[in-house]
Design a protein around this ligand. Structure first.
Ligand code: ADP
Length: 320
C-alpha cells in the first residue's frame, strides 16, 4: 500500500483531530502518502480530496471538532453513491481508507469494504455506542463537559433548594447519562436501556425530602424523553417544582481531554498499521486498555453496544 485516505463523518467528536493527526503522521512515518477527504462521504463523492503533509496536521491535537469537516450524506447510502466514492479514490491511486466516525459512518465503511475497497473504522463519537470497543474518542471529553455543567447546576440547586432535571445527549445509548450521573452524584439517572416509572422517580424524591434532602439532580438521556415532560409529570404527581436544563450541543465541543487525545492517537495509528499489514475491513477499539481489531462487517451485524448495568445499579445504591 502506497497511498491511503482519511475522513471524518457523522457527528463530530472532540479528539477526531488527534486521530487525523495520528493517521497522517503514522502514515508518513511509514512512507505512505496520506490524503484527507474533506466533508465526510459527501466530500468523497464529489472528490474533495487533498494530499496532507506533516505540517497539515500541526497544531490540531488540542482542538475540538474536525479540521477535515464532517457531513451527513444520504447519497452515500446508495450503491451508486458508494461506487462514485470508490472511483474518486481509485483516480488518485488511494488503496485504503480510514473512517473516523460513529455507527452510521461504520455502515458506510462496511459497504465500501464489501465492494472490495478496504476500510478501517476508528470509533469517533461522544455517545460511546460502538460495538467492540469499551470507549470511543470524544466520550471522555463530553463526560467532563457534562460533569462541569452538573457541578455548576448543583451549586444553584443547593442554594435555592431545588430539584434539577438535566437532559444530556444519548438517543439510543445512555452512557453519557450513566457515567456523568454517577460522577456527578445524581439522585436519579434515566437511560434508554432501562424502563422507568414516574412513580419510582417521585418516591425517590419524596424519600429524599423526608430525610431532609433539599435538592436533587435527575440526569435524563434524550432518548428517554424530554426533561420538560418529566418535570411536568413530577409537578402533577407530587406538586414539587423542578427546573430543567438541556445541555445540547455544548456536549460535542471543546478541547479533548488527555484521555481522548491518547486514545485517538493510539487508535488512529493502529488503523494505519492494519492497512499496511493488508488487513482492511477491520475496526479498531480498546478493551481492558489493550488495542483490539475486529471484522467491521461482523461487528455491525452481530455485536451490540451494551450499557454497564452494574454501574447503573451502583448509581442507585449510592444515591439512596
Ligand atoms: P454517525 O457516524 O455519527 O453515527 P450518521 O449515522 O449520520 O453519523 O452517519 C454518517 C454518514 O454515514 C451518513 O450521513 C451516511 O453518509 C453514512 N451512512 C450511514 N448509514 C449508512 C448505510 N447504511 N450505508 C452507507 N452509508 C451510510
Amino acid at each position: 500500500m502506497k497511498k491511503i485516505g482519511v475522513l471524518t463523518s457523522g457527528g463530530d467528536a472532540p479528539g477526531m483531530n488527534a486521530a487525523v493527526r495520528a493517521v497522517v503522521r503514522k502514515g508518513i512515518y511509514h512512507d505512505l502518502e496520506v490524503y484527507g477527504i474533506y466533508g465526510g462521504y459527501a466530500g468523497l463523492i464529489s472528490g474533495n480530496i487533498k494530499k496532507l503533509e506533516l505540517g497539515s496536521v500541526g497544531d490540531i491535537i488540542h482542538r475540538g471538532g474536525t479540521v477535515l469537516y464532517s457531513a451527513r450524506c444520504e447519497e452515500f447510502k446508495t450503491k451508486e453513491g458508494q461506487q462514485k466514492g470508490i472511483e474518486q479514490l481509485k483516480k488518485l491511486g488511494i488503496e485504503g481508507l480510514v473512517v473516523i466516525g460513529g455507527d452510521g459512518s461504520y455502515m458506510g465503511a462496511k459497504k465500501l469494504t464489501e465492494q472490495g475497497f478496504p476500510c478501517v473504522g476508528v470509533p469517533g463519537t461522544i455517545d460511546n455506542d460502538i460495538p467492540g470497543t469499551e470507549f470511543t474518542i470524544g466520550f471522555d471529553t463530553a463526560l467532563n463537559t457534562v460533569i462541569d455543567a452538573i457541578d455548576k447546576i448543583r451549586d444553584t440547586a443547593t442554594s435555592h433548594e431545588r430539584t434539577f432535571i438535566i437532559e444530556v445527549m444519548g438517543r439510543d445509548a445512555g452512557d453519557i447519562a450513566l457515567w456523568a450521573g454517577l460522577a456527578g452524584g445524581a439522585e436519579t439517572i434515566l437511560v434508554p436501556e432501562e424502563n422507568f416509572s414516574m412513580d419510582d422517580i417521585c418516591d425517590r424524591l419524596k424519600k429524599g425530602s423526608e430525610r431532609g434532602k433539599k435538592h436533587s439532580i435527575i440526569v435524563v438521556a434524550e432518548g428517554v424523553g424530554s426533561g420538560v415532560e418529566i418535570s411536568q409529570k413530577i409537578k402533577e404527581l407530587t406538586n414539587y417544582d423542578t427546573r430543567v436544563s438541556v445541555l445540547g450541543h455544548m456536549q460535542r465541543g471543546g478541547s479533548p481531554t488527555a484521555s481522548d487525545r491518547v486514545l485517538a492517537s493510539r487508535l488512529g495509528a493502529r488503523a494505519v498499521e492494519l492497512l499496511i499489514e493488508g488487513r482492511g475491513g477491520r475496526a479498531v477499539g480498546i478493551v481492558k486498555n489493550e488495542l483490539v481489531d475486529y471484522d467491521i462487517i461482523e461487528a455491525l451485524e452481530t455485536k451490540k453496544h451494551e450499557i454497564d448495568m452494574g454501574m447503573l445499579k451502583l448509581s442507585k445504591e449510592l444515591s439512596i
